[in-house]
Design a protein around this ligand. Sequence first.
Ligand code: 9WN
Length: 447
Amino acid sequence: AGGRRPVRYARPTLAARAARVLRDNDTGAVITAAPRLYPHMWSWDAAFISIGLARLDLPRAVAELETLFKAQWRNGMVPHIVFTDDDAYFPGPDRWGTDTAVDGPRDVRTSGICQPPVHAIAVQRMLEIARTSSPEERADAERFARSIWPALYSWHRWLVEYRTPGSSGLIAIVHGWESGMDNSPRWDVPYAAVNPGDELPPYVRKDVRVIGDPSERPTDKEYDRYLWLIEEMRRAGYDQKEIVRRSSFLVGDVFITALFAVSCDVLIELGTEFGQDEDKLADLALWASRARDAVAASCHSVSGMARDRDLRANRWLDTQTIAGFAPLLCGGAPDEVQLRLLSLLDSDRWCGHPGLLAPVPPSVSPMRPGFNPRQYWRGPQWPVVNWLFGWAFERRGWHERARKLREAGLRLTDDGAFGEYYEPFTGEPLGSTDQSWTAAVVLDWLC
Ligand code: 9WN
């Protein structure tokens, strides 16, 4: 641990190594999120993985998203995990107990929650990549984009129908895992109100056996809460309305809301091109505009940072994390707020911090009390999050900013370990290595 990294791969070698990670993590049925630690398919990982794969093998990229959407629940939810037969991860399908859920999928076993809606973004990116390739690939990608569009629409509709309770307009999550930023300090206040009951069935964690240093992972106390929320949902039979009414955790997630807004825009672009139903396009436009307004309305009057909202306690959550920059992903905040956010992002509190190995936004500001450079979503840099900001900046026409983030992302990952996350000062890869989505975004940056 510690110390600057000895190895820096040249770009062609780095690309070859990234491609090998995706190949090695392919079970034939799915590309697992990571070897050993995550032997299943995760929803937002699969989206990023497809983007990377599109450079290597378009049919394989298409198959990956098709596999995910085959597991889509009948009500439209795209589940956060599609399980393989491997039992090395906890909680597995038996603990989730979704087999008897009314809306659950048939023939596959899945978890009972969702993850950020980045799938439309992946489909559009795959299409862009295929269009630089052969006419056959282009035609295949277009066929795929057209055929998956209705499933993407019903996934977005599910988020609106079941997950926009109350008047904030923010998309609500019922578990920190849904945010994809599991133990981010964003959730500390709402999690403090989650009290695992005596009836929490016993369990044994498997993640800490795989990761040598357990302090890189969430704590046992956090896990008790994660498992308790699953217990509550399981008892509610995964009835979404019931869960949103009663679960002890209900939080408007500003980062998901921003991603949803921009994903709706992307879906409109795809739908317009492929002649989808006008009414559905109008729905998406309305959803995008409401989501954008909700993100803008969440911004703190002094810092400008976007905030999550605890929908159980009816209060804003002021904890400043990378999610506070959500308006930069989707736009819609007043210019003055946006400028404040951009200069904050560049400042020594974030990317401009003089100690960083690479100017990539950390998950939490290194200047913030409680910042932990090694622990999961409490400080380390996550390449996929960097990819999202770079992608959004490119889309918004901020090419120079996008280029800088790409270069910084490559600087962070040129050790070729494809860490799940990185220690911001030393660049040490943490968590899992050979993490598929890290390899995928590196491939996208390199091509
Ligand atoms: C729980 C797979 C997933 C990512 C999440 C990341 C982590 C799982 C875990 O791994 O979460 O879903 O066991 O910690 O936080 O963003 O999708 O890579």
